[in-house]
Write a protein that binds this ligand. Structure first.
Ligand SMILES: CC(C)(COP(=O)(O)OP(=O)(O)OC[C@H]1O[C@@H](n2cnc3c(N)ncnc32)[C@H](O)[C@@H]1OP(=O)(O)O)[C@@H](O)C(=O)NCCC(=O)NCCS
Length: 298
């Protein structure tokens, strides 16, 4: 027997999330992504401090039945995340109400870009984005790998003064078009430009590989605050062989930085699928990440 609850969507209200919503929201988020659960418990305490009502709940009789969030990656660059509806209340229009509210609120911020990520299987989420004239702009495969115990790596940290050189290096990579002008902070996609790269270099997240030609490979990394998780955000090289070196050396770098677990995303394109062979990385799952984007016409 279905445990779904019938209700009138007219009873749904939206208001900013409150600390007291935590137990109810985390309870209905327990199994959002099947055996992966949900990352909501990890982000709740941080998200609840989001200002300007950008982390909101949909309520029925003031009890949360759904959540949504707008993250301002930087002024004009918005990221939608955390859309959830209590499984008991799904299929009756709450997702639509949250999406419509999110869109109105996002538009009031006069964005240049609105983006979000979802799974390739998630047709409802994609439908909601497309209904707002968003389109699938990029797709990424997730790879699993192991850190490689080592005493050193050939990767060297980029210096702030080298930002221009690194930017043209990443952008002139023959595979750059597959990144669609983005880099990935785990499941978040962000604009990859001079301002972003400058910040990444200052945070010591950009590394280079040099050979007799000069800068021949580049890697942007992300490490969680507790250092445990270590991901690749963007990679480039002069040619396939060096790209493989960068992927391999990155595993040593993670080890040397004290990480325990690692993963990476690469554009979903045949070149990347074949290049990972022999680098210690394996495609993690048959589904992939889909990025939807709305961009203001210039
Ligand atoms: C995605 C989610 C928020 C939708 O919530 P919901 O309340 O069930 O959604 P709704 O009933 O409002 O339906 C939303 C839309 O999807 C449409 N839809 C339903 N099934 C669909 C399918 N198989 N394919 C495409 N569209 C579908 C509905 O017709 C509706 O569109 P409309 O408003 O244009 O008619 C909910 O399923 C959920 O919490 N899923 C887990 C978390 C998740 O996937 N979040 C999204 C991004 S990570």
């Amino acid at each position: 027997m279905s445990d779904k609850i019938n209700y009138d969507a007219g009873r749904i209200k939206i208001r900013p999330s409150r600390p007291s919503d935590k137990a109810v929201v985390l309870d209905f988020c327990k199994h959002t992504f099947g055996r992966w659960g949900d990352y909501m418990p990890e982000v709740w305490d941080q998200w609840i401090n989001t200002k300007a009502g950008l982390f909101f709940v949909a309520t029925m009789d003031d009890r949360p039945v759904g959540v949504g969030k707008i993250t301002v990656h930087r002024p004009g660059e918005l990221w939608l995340e955390g859309l959830r509806v209590d499984p008991k209340y799904r299929g009756h229009g709450i997702g639509r109400i949250i999406q419509d509210y999110t869109w109105k609120k996002a538009m009031s911020l006069k964005p240049r870009f609105i983006r979000y990520a979802t799974g390739s299987y998630n047709k409802i989420s994609q439908h909601l984005g497309k209904s707002k004239s968003m389109r699938i702009t990029a797709e990424f495969d997730e790879y699993a790998g192991k850190l490689l115990p080592a005493k050193e790596t050939v990767l060297v940290p980029a210096k702030p003064i080298e930002c221009g050189e690194y930017l043209s290096f990443f952008n002139s990579d023959r595979q750059a078009k597959h990144w669609k002008g983005l880099y990935l902070d785990s499941w978040s996609a962000k604009t990859f430009d001079k301002q972003a790269l400058d910040g990444l270099i200052k945070q010591k997240r950009v590394y280079g590989y040099y050979d007799q030609r000069g800068l021949a490979g580049g890697l942007v990394i992300l490490q969680s605050k507790d250092k445990k998780f270590y991901n690749y955000c963007r990679a480039a090289a002069l040619e396939a062989k060096t790209f493989k070196t960068v992927l391999k050396e990155g595993r040593k770098l993670g080890y040397l930085l004290g990480a325990k677990k690692t993963e990476m995303h690469l554009p979903k394109a045949p070149w990347f699928r074949s290049i990972v062979k022999g680098t210690g990385w394996k495609k993690a799952m048959p589904i992939w990440m889909v990025i939807l984007e709305w961009a203001r016409e210039q």
